[in-house]
Design a protein around this ligand. Structure first.
Ligand code: NAD
Length: 261
C-alpha cells in the first residue's frame, strides 16, 4: 500500500480520487482550502510552501504518488485570472518541485496532473501568456491577457492548462523525472459534472455556451469515472506511461482535431 498526496481533495474529481485510493487501502494526504489533512491556500507563495512542507512531513519523506487536482474554473471576477494562474499552474509546478525528491525515493512513483481538453479546443490563447507562465512570471502572463477584459479569466484558464501540459511533457522525460523512475503524466478531461462545472452552468450565457460545445458522445463526464482513470494512471499498469496527456472528454478533442494523429 502506498502514500499519495492529492491536491483539491475536498471536492469533485480530487475527492473522487481520494475515495478510490482510500477504498484500495492507501494512505492519502489531502490538500485543500478546507476539509483536508493539509489546509492551505495554493494561490499564495506562502500557502504553496506550507502545503509542500506539511505533506512531506506527514509522508515521512517518501511519496508513492501525487495527484494535482486543485484548480479554478474560468468564472468571471476581478482577481480571477491571477488566482487561476497561481493555483492551476504554480500550484502544480512548485509543489512538484518540492515533492520530487520524495517521489524519487519511492523508486516507481507516479504523478497525475489535471490539465484540460481546453488545451486543444480553445482558440486564440496567447502563446505569450503560456510562455510567461512557463517562466513562472504571473504578472507578465496577466499583462498579455489584459486586452481580453472580462474574458481574461477564460484565457488565463486556457493558458494555465496549456502551460501545465507543456511542463509535464517537457519535464517527464528528463533525468530528474523519468531518470529517477518517476512517471509524470497528465489527464485532460472534458466537461465533467463537478461543483466547478456547476458554477459555470449557473450563469445562463455560460450554460448556453457549454451546452453548445461539441461533445460527440453527448452529456457530461462523471467524477467517479475520471477518478478511475487517474487511479489506473497511478497503478502498476501505467509503468510504461511517461509524458502522456490522456484525453477523457467524450470525443471533443478528436472532433476539433480529426486531421491530427
Ligand atoms: P472542484 O471545484 O470540484 O474541485 C477543485 C478543488 O480545488 C476544490 O476542492 C477547491 O477548494 C480546490 N482549490 C481551489 N482553489 C484552491 C486554492 N487556492 N488552494 C487550495 N485548493 C484550492 O473542481 P473539479 O472539476 O473536480 O476540478 C479538478 C481539476 O480538473 C481542476 O484542475 C480543473 O481545472 C480540472 N478540470 C475540470 C473540468 C470539469 O469540467 N470539471 C474539466 C477539465 C479540467
Amino acid at each position: 500500500m502506498g502514500t499519495y498526496a492529492v491536491t483539491g481533495s475536498a471536492s469533485g474529481m480530487g475527492a473522487a480520487v481520494v475515495a478510490r485510493l482510500v477504498a484500495d487501502g492507501h494512505t492519502v494526504i489531502g490538500v485543500d482550502l478546507k476539509d483536508a489533512d493539509v489546509v492551505a491556500d495554493l494561490s499564495t507563495p506562502d500557502g504553496r510552501r506550507t502545503a509542500a512542507a506539511a505533506v512531506l512531513d506527514r509522508a515521512g519523506g517518501v511519496l508513492d504518488g501525487a495527484v494535482l487536482a486543485a484548480g479554478l474554473g474560468p468564472a468571471p471576477g476581478r482577481d480571477r485570472a491571477r488566482l487561476i494562474a497561481e493555483v492551476n499552474y504554480l500550484g502544480v509546478v512548485e509543489l512538484l518541485d518540492a515533492w520530487r525528491p520524495a517521489l524519487a525515493a519511492a523508486q516507481r512513483a507516479k504523478v497525475v496532473v489535471f490539465s484540460s481538453n481546453s488545451t486543444t479546443t480553445m482558440p486564440m490563447v496567447p502563446r505569450r501568456a503560456v510562455r510567461a507562465l512557463l517562466e513562472r512570471d504571473v504578472p507578465k502572463a496577466l499583462g498579455s491577457l489584459r486586452r481580453f477584459g472580462r474574458m481574461a479569466p477564460s484565457f488565463a484558464y486556457g493558458a494555465s492548462k496549456i502551460a501545465v501540459s507543456q511542463w509535464v511533457r517537457r519535464e517527464a522525460v528528463t533525468p530528474e523525472w523519468a531518470g529517477a523512475g518517476i512517471r509524470l503524466n497528465a489527464i485532460a478531461p472534458g466537461a465533467i459534472l463537478t461543483p466547478l462545472l456547476e458554477q459555470q452552468l449557473a450563469t445562463p450565457a455560460e450554460a448556453k455556451r457549454i451546452r453548445a460545445f461539441p461533445v460527440p458522445i453527448g452529456g457530461f463526464g462523471d467524477a467517479g469515472q475520471l477518478a478511475a482513470w487517474v487511479v489506473f494512471m497511478l497503478s502498476d499498469a501505467a509503468d510504461f506511461l511517461c509524458g502522456s496527456v490522456v484525453f477523457v472528454d467524450g470525443g471533443s478533442d478528436a472532433w476539433f482535431r480529426a486531421g491530427d494523429w
